[in-house]
Design a protein around this ligand. Structure first.
Ligand code: SF4
Ligand code: SF4
Ligand code: FES
Length: 841
């Protein structure tokens, strides 16, 4: 947008706006709503629906001199065109006069409404969009109230055409605005739906198999200005006015998208409150107006039938329901007895308040807390993270982005989306990975390396930026040198790293190399520059910040000698069944969980924890933005939030802990310098955002909610505070990955089979398969064929999988989705073989 301001008059009111802004947006800044259907402030205008008709007056100019003609009062003489113009496609110029509320403009819009309704059914009483429908609202505000069209001439089509199993189309209701098609093409980069046929017969169709194959598909139902697109989750589920709204934060990945949970009590749930749907809440620094389909549809675990609702204790070898009193007293006695042999393992989906109390309790009892995570680097993100102005939306021309060892589209979809847009705005994007990913299509430089060489490739880049004798052995080809030049000269530099193809030490090496790039190029601590870890869970950075850190080797060793173990929001035995054999016989195990897991089944005491929809708390996103979530429904059964379970155990064990969420956050803020000043009040602060969306503006931004409950607070980095940053680079571990067999590489799938999605009926068809994916030639070498069963031999156990082939996968490697039951967390050599023929008797 131009820095030059122009003055325009809209319905008699003057305003200065940036030159080039569209009439519709200029009017919005004055609080004047010009009705739109096809226009969306995040997409290019197309002028398809004609709903935004206005009169435009331009200053008359003398043909000979080019000077503005003035009347006797010295005012410019305005010249109105004979026809109405579309406010969504017309950028304003200095001195223009716009008439929105004029008889001519009103009549024009009235006729557009009448025309649109000629092919629209009278579904309002039953339509899902009723109550929040731009067409309904604008028919009331702009329409004539009568029609010259015969009802019988309307087209009548069968309802509910599936565009996939998640999104349904009602063809009669479509007003052909193309918002959905344009969203998929322009915003999501998934052009999997489009228009088919012409005129009245025109309809939306899907080109993909499976149908509407996009992880952003649900957003089209938010921005469809009518009830033509609905979700399988909500269709005929409730009316908007029956539901309550609770602000929340998506717990699934490190992006931390802002959500609104719509809830309602309902008979089919025995009068219980349930979450009926999940919608985006605007946060232009985090998720703008969008969420991915995991965040939208992956909420059912939070109140599903598999939830634990009562405490359990082991009696006579069997887990049975118990009172809180008995469970707490058993847990407290067992945990206290261990002293230094107490080990705590927490998962990165727990909230900050939970993790803070967890650390205090475990350490207070003399034990050692660990985070269960196969990825390192959080300490470096604290030092050179994005800092207090973090907003990936600021990146564009002149900036550089490096994404290393990550399949961002699957691991953090909204970051993928926002970096795609940054690249489209002109940022130089480098993707460094051992296999192709969806981000490659938007990259200026794709640096491909062999699995096992990712750290070396990153060190090659570090050396190309600033030559160091000890790094001379790491090669820099033309691509690496070009990328190094872009990184060095960039105004802003953002580096994201994941764990694709890396072990725990490898991720630490990548983090350090990232720090080195930021410091060597002078970007560390600068606004919108920094290091971002693509964590496997939503609040891993929060765990690092409160001091619950991962250390897989030490944790394994500690567990093998533990007398007592406290597990919160983690399933280590489910992730690695072999671990069960290493636990000392008779060790005492306490588990806090949402539902029964492999680990909980082995426990002596199981506490039923509350999910994020039943309680309040805060998460710290991968960009280090602390964000608050609120209770949406009443807690299930006898569940308690994790921090409170810990506080109750602490009370019986002589460790005083905060037993409300706000007190826990207060204690954190007092204890952790980075969190100083953070409270639920400061996290709830908001400021105006552009575009104006949500609230009454359904017609403009769709059903995304306006953010009235908090934009969160991005934490400053140490570099931003001016603290010196020193980093030692790590040489790649040369012995890693050596040995015989194929290199099995665990990869992250968005729709995994972890605790939160494995029971999802809605996403069942999209959940990660128990499969291996390998190059067809590699498959052939092992006498394996696509679609056939095979066996993976790991640690003396055989795991059955299905073979899938993909020519893009490098030779010598087999990818295995995490969470499908093949227990590997880091690249591991294994033997592959065909499934043995069944023995016939
Ligand atoms: S389905 Fe909705 S968003 Fe898509 S073209 Fe039709 S009315 Fe527009
Ligand atoms: S991108 Fe991540 S945080 Fe956002 S909705 Fe999807 S899973 Fe949730
Ligand atoms: S033509 Fe302007 S909103 Fe559709």
């Amino acid at each position: 947008m131009s820095d030059v301001l122009v003055r325009v008059t809209i319905d008699g009111r003057e305003i200065s706006v940036p030159k080039g802004i569209l009439i519709v947006d200029a009017a919005k800044k004055l609080g004047i709503d010009i009705p739109v259907f096809c226009y969306h402030p995040k997409m290019k205008p197309v002028g398809m629906c004609r709903m935004c008709l206005v009169e435009v007056g331009r200053p008359q100019r003398d043909r000979a001199t080019g000077q503005v003609v003035r009347n006797e009062n010295g005012q410019p003489v305005m010249q109105f065109a004979g026809k109405l113009e579309t406010a969504c496609t017309t950028p304003v110029e200095d001195g223009w006069e716009i008439r929105v509320d004029s008889p001519l403009a009103r009549e024009g819009r009235q006729q557009v409404v009448e025309f649109l309704l000629t092919s629209h059914p009278l579904d309002c009483p039953v339509c899902d969009k009723g109550g929040e429908c731009p067409l309904q609202n604008q028919t009331m505000s702009q329409g004539a109230g009568t029609s010259r069209f015969h009802f019988d001439d309307k087209q009548h089509l069968a309802k509910k055409v599936p565009l996939g199993e998640l999104i349904f189309l009602d063809r009669e209701r479509c007003i052909q605005c193309a918002r959905c098609v344009r969203f998929q093409e322009e915003i999501a980069g998934d052009p999997v739906i489009g228009f088919f046929d012409r005129g009245r017969k025109l309809e939306i169709v899907t080109f993909s198999e499976p149908g509407f194959d996009s992880v952003f598909s649900g957003n089209t139902t938010d921005i469809c200005p009518v009830g033509a697109l609905t979700t399988a989750d909500f269709r005929f589920g409730a009316r908007p006015w029956e539901m309550n709204n609770a602000p929340s934060i998506c717990p699934h990945c490190p992006v931390g998208c802002n959500l609104t949970l719509n809830t309602r009590r309902e008979a089919k749930s025995n009068g219980r409150e349930v979450v009926k749907r999940v919608l985006p809440r605007q946060n232009e620094a985090v998720n703008e107006l969008w969420i991915c389909d995991k965040g939208r549809f992956g909420h059912h675990y939070a109140s599903g039938p598999e939830r634990l609702t009562r405490p359990m204790v082991r009696r006579d070898g069997v887990l049975v329901e118990s009172s809180w009193d008995e469970a707490l007293s058993r847990a407290s006695d067992g945990l206290q007895a261990a002293h230094a042999s107490l080990v705590g393992i927490a998962g990165g989906r727990a909230s900050n308040e939970d993790l803070f109390n967890f650390r205090r309790l475990v350490e207070g009892l003399g034990g050692t807390p660990f985070l269960q995570s196969s990825m390192s680097g959080g300490e470096w993100v604290q030092k050179v993270g994005l800092g207090s102005s973090a907003n990936l939306g600021h990146l564009g021309k002149g900036d550089a982005i490096l994404v290393a060892a990550s399949d961002l589209h699957q691991e953090a979809p909204l970051w993928w989306l926002r970096l795609k847009h940054a690249a489209e705005r002109g940022a130089t994007l480098t993707v460094l990975n051992a296999r192709p990913t969806r981000l490659d299509a938007y990259a200026t430089h794709v640096l491909r390396c062999a699995y096992g060489d990712t750290e070396a490739a990153m060190l090659g880049l570090v050396n190309a930026v600033r030559a160091r004798p000890e790094l001379a052995k790491y090669p820099a080809d033309a691509g690496v040198r070009a990328s190094a030049a872009a990184v060095t000269s960039a105004d802003r530099l953002v580096i994201l790293f994941g764990q694709d193809g890396l072990d725990f030490g490898g991720t630490e090496a990548m983090a350090r190399a990232g720090v080195s790039l930021l410091t060597a190029t002078g970007h560390a601590g600068k606004p919108d520059c920094g290091l971002v870890a693509v964590w496997p869970q939503g609040n891993v950075q929060g765990a690092w910040d409160v001091g619950v850190w991962p250390d897989p080797d030490r944790a394994r060793e500690a567990l093998s000698m533990a007398k007592s173990i406290l597990i919160m929001a983690a399933d280590p035995l489910g992730d690695d069944p072999a671990l069960a054999e290493t636990l000392p016989a008779g060790s005492f195990l306490v588990v806090q969980e949402l539902s029964m897991t492999e680990t909980a089944q082995r426990a002596d005491v199981v506490f039923p924890a509350q999910s994020f929809v039943e309680r309040e708390g805060s998460f710290t996103s991968g960009e280090r933005r602390v964000q608050r979530f609120y209770p949406a429904i009443r807690p299930l059964g006898d569940t308690l939030p994790d921090f409170e379970i810990l506080a109750r155990i602490g009370r019986r064990s002589g460790v005083v802990l905060a037993d409300t969420a706000s007190e826990a956050l207060q204690a954190m803020a007092a204890d952790l310098p980075d969190y100083a000043g953070i409270s639920y009040q400061t996290l709830a602060q908001v400021e105006p955002q552009w575009p104006l969306a949500g609230g009454d503006d359904l017609y403009l931004g769709g059903t995304a909610y306006k953010n009235l409950q908090g934009l969160g607070i991005p934490l400053p980095s140490a570099a931003e505070r001016g603290e010196p940053i020193a980093v030692n680079l790590m040489e790649p571990e040369t012995a890693r990955g050596r040995g015989t067999g194929v290199l099995l590489v665990p990869v992250t799938r968005l729709y995994d089979r972890g605790v939160t999605l494995r029971h999802s009926k809605l996403l069942a068809q999209r959940l990660a398969e128990r499969e291996i994916i390998l190059n067809p030639e590699e498959a052939h070498r092992h006498s394996l064929s696509a679609g056939e069963p095979a066996q993976v031999h790991l640690d003396g156990r055989a795991h059955s999988v299905t073979v899938r082939t993909d020519a893009a996968i490098p030779a010598g490697v087999a990818l295995v989705p995490r969470s499908v039951g093949v227990p590997i967390e880091e690249p591991t050599r294994a033997e592959l073989c065909r499934m043995p023929e069944p023995v016939t008797p």
